[in-house]
Design a protein around this ligand. Structure first.
Ligand SMILES: [Zn+2]
Length: 261
């Protein structure tokens, strides 16, 4: 439910580098109880999460500071949600492939040529932040996790709005991944984001170790969930990756033989 609608119209970006004025971010921080915020470039951040999770807007605003502002032209809003899309979205091959990968859908870009409204981005917060303890949702670790998905979706907007034709969907995905990787490299210049990455790695290791403990205790489904959480935090976590696929295979084998007997 939307609690309020705050338009912060009076603020103007004045940075020569086109970054969002730090006053805007400050204002969003001060107005964290509001569910809607509008940035000076016209983008609205809409927090549709249940009450008790305000303030995530500030992560979005901080990530957008690292985007060249003219490339955001035409992007109307960024929504934070805890409900997966329904209807047409569910039958798209990309959506189903992402769900099948086990990693889940973290965000999507609504192309205005496919909808009747202006371009917008949706961030599915449960798959982005649920592996992180709630007390870390206020840190740069959460900003980094949101940045990974948001930068990827912003890249889709840049590609589609620029009119550049990609040869395939895979090429566009690759370009979006590269853009997100480039942003990661740039934001790591600040020590607070390097600290955030360190926190993410520590929590991922904890999930992997909890998973091992659960597996030894016979709590196999729970173990798989912990391995998956580790991968959501650190997609190239080799131990978690190995154990996730091995454990998933073992569980499926057991189910098969149980049914066959
Ligand atoms: Zn994509």
């Amino acid at each position: 439910m939307i609690v309020d609608n705050v338009q912060i119209r009076s603020l103007t970006a004045k940075s020569a580098s086109h970054s969002i004025d730090s006053n805007v971010v400050k204002t969003i921080l001060e107005n964290a109880e509001f569910r809607w915020s509008a940035l000076t470039n016209g983008i609205q951040i809409c927090n549709r999460l249940p009450p008790g999770r305000p303030g995530l807007e500030r992560h979005v605003a901080r990530v957008l500071e690292w985007v060249d502002q003219p490339s955001l032209a035409g992007l109307k809003r960024i929504e934070l949600v805890d409900q997966l899309p329904s209807g047409e979205m569910r039958v798209s091959p990309r959506y189903r492939a992402q769900i099948a990968s086990g990693m889940g859908l973290r965000g999507w870009y609504a192309d205005p040529t496919m909808t009747s409204e202006p371009a917008y981005i949706v961030l599915y917060i449960p798959h982005i932040l649920s592996a992180l303890p709630r007390w870390l949702w206020w840190t740069s670790a959460a900003t980094i996790l949101i940045a990974r998905t948001l930068a990827h979706e912003v890249a889709h907007h840049i590609v589609r709005s620029s009119g550049v034709k990609m040869s395939s969907e895979a090429e566009e995905e690759s370009a979006a991944n590269n853009y997100a990787l480039d942003m990661r490299t740039r934001i790591r210049r600040l020590i607070k984001y390097r600290l955030g990455e360190w926190l993410i790695r520590e929590v991922a290791d904890d999930h992997w170790l909890w998973g091992l403990t659960c597996w030894k205790d016979g709590e196999h489904e729970r173990a798989v969930r912990h391995f998956l959480q580790a991968l959501r935090l650190v997609p190239d976590h080799q131990d978690a990756n190995h154990w996730y696929w091995w454990a998933t295979h073992e569980i499926e084998e057991k189910k098969y033989w149980t049914c066959a007997i």
